[in-house]
Design a protein around this ligand. Structure first.
Ligand code: ZN
Length: 260
């Protein structure tokens, strides 16, 4: 939690008991943290004197230990669950919104994004339609990065300065288009901490998954074992690509059973 090696946490939807999730696939649910776990994580940060903060605030140096808290996609639980918990602890956060998801079941509507912004939380952009950015041509990239920014700015009446890549798919062209559009940072899903010399257009983040217990979370916040997490993540996405989901899952259960 040192300022020269800042951790940017990445969350998605939160699970409220009795409320259905935006999507039910296992690949999605893995990223959905249950509310009691989220509350426990935030309370622990507070108890050790660590300030949860937004991306903008993280760019200004201070002596207080800080952790950046980010959410991707724009789920309704950002406003109705995460925001009250964060506000109670006096924590800031950045919420990256996918413009075209707004109004779908489980996601916010534009007035709720405005409400989140008016409550003092930072709104960032997570593209227009959540595509794989590395597959797009320049016109499409511009729509996903620059036009989505304008749409959000009209929605909240404030500047939108931060972008996060859908699915973590970053490329130098993404950084270029974001720079031209007037963004100040671009966040990826590469698991590492960010130092003062880190490229602001390729910020790393540490994803908090559903199965993380408090000890795992504490390790993440202290930056312990991040390279191992990154390695597991890269292997997972490579195996998915090479084997396809079905074969990958069968292989995974086979290995898990053998190890058990
Ligand atoms: Zn996303």
């Amino acid at each position: 939690m040192r300022d020269d090696a800042m951790i940017y946490l990445m969350y998605h939807e939160l699970e409220v008991e009795g409320r259905s999730l935006c999507h039910g696939e296992q690949g999605y649910v893995r990223y959905v943290v249950r509310v009691p776990a989220f509350r426990e994580q935030m309370n622990w940060l507070k108890s050790v004197g660590c300030q949860g903060t937004s991306v903008s605030n993280a760019l200004t140096p201070t002596t207080t230990p800080r952790i950046v808290i980010t959410f991707d996609d724009g789920c309704e639980t950002d406003l109705i669950v995460a925001a009250p918990i964060l506000r109670k602890l006096n924590f800031g956060a950045t919420f990256y919104i996918t413009v075209d998801f707004l109004g779908r079941r489980g996601y916010m509507v534009p007035s709720q994004v405005r409400e989140l912004s008016d409550a003092g939380f930072e709104i960032g952009c997570h593209s227009m339609t959540h595509p794989c950015l590395s597959d797009l041509n320049d016109t499409e990239l511009n729509r996903e990065i620059a036009e989505a920014k304008v749409r959000l700015e009209e929605m909240i009446g404030r500047h939108v300065q931060h972008f996060s890549c859908p699915g973590g798919r970053w490329s130098p062209r993404v950084a270029e288009v974001a720079k031209r559009a007037g963004y100040v940072t671009v966040a990826t899903s590469r698991i590492a901490s960010n130092g003062p010399r880190s490229d602001r257009f390729q910020l790393s983040r540490v994803v908090v998954m559903r199965d993380a217990n408090l000890a795992d979370f504490q390790d993440m916040c202290h930056g312990r074992g991040l390279w191992r997490r990154q390695l597991v993540n890269s292997l997972r996405s490579t195996s998915h690509r090479v084997l396809g989901n079905g074969l990958y899952n069968r292989l995974r259960s086979f290995i898990l059973e053998r190890n058990a």
